[in-house]
Design a protein around this ligand. Structure first.
Ligand code: SF4
Length: 333
């Protein structure tokens, strides 16, 4: 089986002109310096040394809005990767950007440099939510940019957020459905957090914004995640990457942060599956689940196993290599 690997190169946002309410611009533009193209060679070489030569490797420009960088810098970065693509040591490039930073000309240029996937920060498909969140782009921008990317045979990623100002359960579901309809190949789901020195922090302090509870965020994400799984959209990330800042109460003021957020979501998803598929009878049940998902099926802190034990009696989870993701079978003894 081919191994898929990324070589991540983080680009800080250079003087972003936007004012997303959840974003701490000071933190983003603070002390971070933009890597020089010659540093890119070093990062790629160091990463390649740790990867299997037959892996499918992409250089991933993340962190900022790539196509918002000055054009000469974009060219310099893309150029730096070209020798690796020509030598076949790297398969291509992936990058993230904003929907309103996409034009036909830019995508054409990116395609010529071997860009294989573009991730757009869509966040919501509802213009009222985008407006209240200060995103500075509309749903129509997302629609237009998605079509341009797909027409150029570049894979499309559309990232979404839940719990933005004006968002709701129904709107989050509609955002997920629209992301699927727009033809996204991948997504990332981020719950909105209240970070110090953001507009959201002052809205929160004035009582004008209430973040989602952890329970609600897990439930909404679970339903959205399930839609993506059912429609073959790869979920690349659920929840923010745990960092020192997010464990500092002076930085993270409020919001549904949990360092095992994805595990909570997977646990809830498996609880739904068991509720629908497993008849409750007292006895001993063996539950077969995909090997790679056994930890999630048992649940965070074994909650699913404990629940079933309380209602059934003896419960044994058995890893099964043949089962597809989210498939399970069982036998009672
Ligand atoms: S999240 Fe919004 S404000 Fe923050 S860097 Fe990105 S586009 Fe700019």
């Amino acid at each position: 089986m081919t191994e898929y690997r990324n070589i991540p190169i983080f680009l800080p946002e250079l003087a972003c002109p936007h004012q997303c309410v959840f974003c701490n611009q000071q933190h983003i533009s603070g002390s971070l310096t933009i890597p020089q193209p010659k540093e890119i060679y070093l990062i790629i070489e160091q990463n390649l040394a740790t990867m299997l030569p037959d892996a499918h490797i992409q250089v991933a420009f993340f962190g900022g809005s790539f196509t918002g960088l000055p054009l000469d810098i974009q060219h310099a970065y893309l150029q730096a990767v070209q020798p690796y693509i020509i030598q076949g040591r790297v398969a291509g490039i992936r990058l993230s950007t904003r929907p309103d930073y996409i034009t036909q000309e830019i995508v054409h240029m990116l395609a010529n440099y071997g860009v294989q996937e573009i991730e757009l920060g869509a966040q919501s498909v509802h213009n009222d939510v985008l407006l209240k969140s200060g995103r500075g782009h509309t749903y129509e921008d997302i629609q237009r940019a998605s079509a341009i990317i797909l027409q150029s045979n570049i894979r499309l990623g559309l990232q979404m957020m839940i719990g933005l100002p004006g968002d709701s359960y129904d709107k989050a579901i509609e955002t997920a459905k629209t992301i699927i309809e727009l033809g996204a190949h991948s997504t990332r789901i981020y719950p909105t957090l209240v970070i110090e020195h953001t507009q959201l922090a002052s809205m929160y302090r004035k009582g004008k914004y209430t973040p989602l509870s952890l329970t609600d965020a897990v439930q909404i994400t679970k339903d959205v995640y399930q839609l993506f799984v059912q429609h073959g959209v790869t979920v690349l990330r659920v929840g923010l990457h745990p960092s020192k800042d997010l464990h500092n109460p002076e930085v993270l003021l409020a919001g549904p942060y949990h360092q095992s957020f994805k595990e909570l979501v997977e646990t809830a998803l498996w609880a739904d599956i068991f509720e629908k598929q497993i008849p409750i009878t007292t006895g001993h049940i063996q539950i077969f689940v995909p090997s790679a998902q056994i930890q999630f099926a048992i649940g965070h802190k074994s909650v699913n196993k404990i629940y079933l034990q309380q209602h059934i009696g003896k419960v044994t989870f058995i890893p099964h290599k043949e089962l597809l993701p989210y498939e399970c079978t069982y036998s009672y003894h």
